[in-house]
Design a protein around this ligand. Sequence first.
Ligand SMILES: Nc1ncnc2c1ncn2[C@@H]1O[C@H](COP(=O)(O)OP(=O)(O)OP(=O)(O)O)[C@@H](O)[C@H]1O
Length: 265
Amino acid sequence: MRPDVDEATPIVRVRGLVNRFGEQVVHDDLDLDVRPGEILGIVGGSGTGKSVLMRAILGLRKPEAGEIEVLGMDALSDDPLQRRAIERNTGVLFQDGALFSSLTVGENVQVPLKEYHGDLPDSLRYELALLKVKLAGLPADALNKLPSQLSGGMRKRAGLARALALDPPLLFLDEPTAGLDPIGAAAFDRLIRTLQEALGLTVFLITHDLDTLYAICDRVAVLADRKVIVCAPLAEVERFDHPWVQDYFHGPRARAARNTRESAS
Ligand SMILES: Nc1ncnc2c1ncn2[C@@H]1O[C@H](COP(=O)(O)OP(=O)(O)OP(=O)(O)O)[C@@H](O)[C@H]1O
């Protein structure tokens, strides 16, 4: 059962987050809200802690301090039922797809279905896996292929199909277009937007890809100086007075991404 979340409640709420590795402080008193139904882009220089933030929200890393709520539940709770409820309601696409290499795409997509719906007949699980594979824009015959038999873009789509296996309301994507050619990346962006609209998803999207930010993000959170320094629609973020923001959003690549968006609209 999905937990109740009203429109006013953030889907993810992070307060006072501290993450440290030995002497290195990655996050210090970081706050962030992810709102229902938005695609929130997370950007920041290399090593600013985007992946560590995602791992903390997913409960894969215990922060040194702070509060994290996901879908109204305490993400830092040790209660296994709470952990399972969060896991059941979140889909994750890791940077490398994180597929099991010895399983076919169909078997990979069925892994979460087996874990959470072990009582389903095999034929229904197969049908569900097929549906998700098609939803992710893969041909039906991809179902029986091993990840090594797919292109990088197809592997991302297979990872997405698995992330969507349980119809989660919340999707985490870690650099989904990294390593894709520009046409493949634009197609993947469109797929994310289409799925987000059709399924009413909330999306937490880590990216370095300016085209992705301009094409599909409703708001953008910038990580710098161990915090989220600004979290707002792009037009507002572009005006934010911080050296990294100014370099990133006013360089030639940003201009090109803006022009692409303007010519598309
Ligand atoms: N398990 C770990 N042990 C020690 N240090 C770590 C660990 N995981 C991450 N770090 C450090 O935390 C910092 C933030 O890492 P993180 O991977 O979140 O950065 P990022 O913003 O996602 O970077 P990139 O854009 O390059 O992927 C880095 O300096 C990294 O070396």
